[in-house]
Ligand binder design. Sequence first.
Ligand code: ADP
Ligand code: MG
Length: 337
Amino acid sequence: MTIRLLSPTTANRIAAGEVVERPAAVVKELVENALDAGARHIRVALEEGGIGRVLVEDDGQGIPEAELALAVERHATSKLPEEAMLFAIGTLGFRGEALPSIGAVARLSVTSRVPGGEAHVVTVEGGRKSAVRPASGAPGTRVEVLDLFFATPARRKFLRTPRAEADAALDALRRLALAWPEVGFEATLDGRAVLNLAPAKRETRLRDLLGTDFAAASLPVEGGGADSLVIAGLAGGPAFTKATATDQHFVVNRRPVRDPLLRTALRVAYREVMTPGRHPVAALFLELPPDEVDVNVHPMKTELRFRDGNMVRGAVISALRRALGQGIGQANGFGQA
Ligand code: ADP
Ligand code: MG
């Protein structure tokens, strides 16, 4: 056996498998980039469940012409000005992997215009990068991804039906919209409007996304803990339950996460008031100093590690128990403290 280095194209295709396993991941990565760029309004268009086309347009700060070519290179990021910051991440992205990974397995085009500048475009198709060319476009960034996995047909076979892929992609978008209520979101699926959220306060956004039933039956959660931990959100009363645990949303430092520790805390807090086999509905928002959480655990960044997990678990359980204790026998709606 001879050891040899993989070509950049192959290395990018392998890395792409971790970052973009399906259209939902493309949507998540591109919308995170838009949010990191300070967008106030984000438009997403999906065709064929996102397999045929994902388009994400934002009105954020844009990418300067001189940096457009670099933006699609592996490990190129504007979000870690110093390496030491790796342990105190304040943006959703930081790995510099999304755009090159998408470009390795699909047809990617990034069109961007900074305020006062002209629009330019760069494309990457199956790992082959074009020169940066002048284009037309509004201030902000427009990223289009066509023919996902055309360059890696073996992976394309693992995709589910367009319907299922669209559901997953819209779910990823809703999770981000829940965490970023002050940003407007619009989405279309095969040209049909499926989501239209105006910039709003957190309560309004939660009602839009989780339904007015939940809003009416939910209790405000407030709490805190050591290390400047702040907990806020809404929890469904014990009578408002679901057969599955799908409507349990956790947002840590503006990042939607699926975290076993937080799920457990939710289950424990409801243990005495919940019918076995039913699941609570909740949306909890945690803020803590960035160096108290490590988001660099997994390429998708949906898992994290708390520096002091026991403290976080305990604080979440007591905040929920307090909310439930106050709410038993009465259903507080919005507006009531
Ligand atoms: P990361 O987000 O981890 O930095 P990406 O590959 O997703 O890596 O993006 C690379 C770089 O391209 C970003 O650091 C940012 O500078 C720039 N970029 C990507 N998308 C946008 C966008 N929508 N608006 C402004 N800049 C962007
Ligand atoms: Mg990114």
